[in-house]
Design a protein around this ligand. Structure first.
Ligand SMILES: [Cu+2]
Length: 240
């Protein structure tokens, strides 16, 4: 019994090591192009690191039991084993893990991601309608753009609303999403991190994420993240 426990524990340690190494070696998430997207990505990574030993423990127990205690012909049931202290250790360890995750990334991360706009924010209005998006830049005097262009390194606040039914503002590459509701303005604030465009990165698109009718899936416009000077040039161009 001692030996079985030791072998299963060894298997657990090896599986945990391999699993954590794989998580470090392979970035399984797409890159986040906004500051808050980075926080969300971090949160998913932390959850994965915490979950790996739990997955490894279940796998180790399962695989070891299946191989070692395989039935080999008719046998009598053994005497039940008293669990002793093990369930209490299990309860304590998993509670500690769960509590840590609730605090960070749970509570702390949510506060960071929900942070509102500062006075430096560039305001952009995005309006959903069946089945496209219109982008307005009130500070720049630009209206009805069919492309979401944002300056890199500049905090932006997107004011999202809808003209008809429920839509949802979603840019996968920014990892930002918020409902577009008729008669209501929802705000989302973030800072784009690096220049890129839909032509190069298909995740850089403004996609409707709320089933809104027949052409919902085609309710997409391109997103472009550009350097500040290029943004100013683009604004001048659009005004002409
Ligand atoms: Cu839709």
């Amino acid at each position: 019994m001692r030996r079985d426990l030791a072998l299963a524990a060894l298997l657990w340690a090896v599986l945990t090591g391999v699993g954590e190494a794989l998580l470090v070696a392979f970035d399984f998430q797409p890159s986040a192009l906004s500051d808050k997207g980075e926080r969300i990505k971090d949160a998913v990574s932390i959850l994965a690191y915490f979950a790996m030993p739990v997955l490894a423990l279940v796998l180790a127990g399962l695989v070891y039991s299946v191989v070692r205690f395989r039935g080999r012909g008719p046998e009598e049931e053994g005497t039940p084993i008293r669990a002793g202290i093990v369930p209490w250790i299990w309860l304590g360890a998993t509670s500690a893990l769960a509590f840590t995750i609730m605090l960070y990334p749970g509570l702390w991360g949510t506060v960071e991601v929900a942070k509102g706009s500062s006075s430096q924010s560039l305001t952009v209005q995005v309006e959903g309608l069946q089945w496209t998006w219109l982008v307005h830049y009130p500070g720049q005097g630009l209206k009805n753009q069919r492309e979401l262009v944002l300056p890199v390194g500049q905090e932006v606040t997107i004011e999202v609303t809808s003209r008809d039914v429920l839509h949802s503002f979603w840019v996968p590459a920014l990892m930002m999403k918020i409902d577009a509701i008729p008669g209501t303005v929802n705000r989302i604030t973030f800072t784009p991190q690096e220049a890129d465009s839909y032509a190069n990165n298909p995740l850089l698109r403004l996609q409707c994420a709320e089933l809104c009718g027949l052409s919902h899936a085609r309710m997409v416009i391109p997103v472009r993240l550009v350097e500040k000077q290029e943004f100013l040039n683009w604004v001048e161009q659009q005004k002409r």
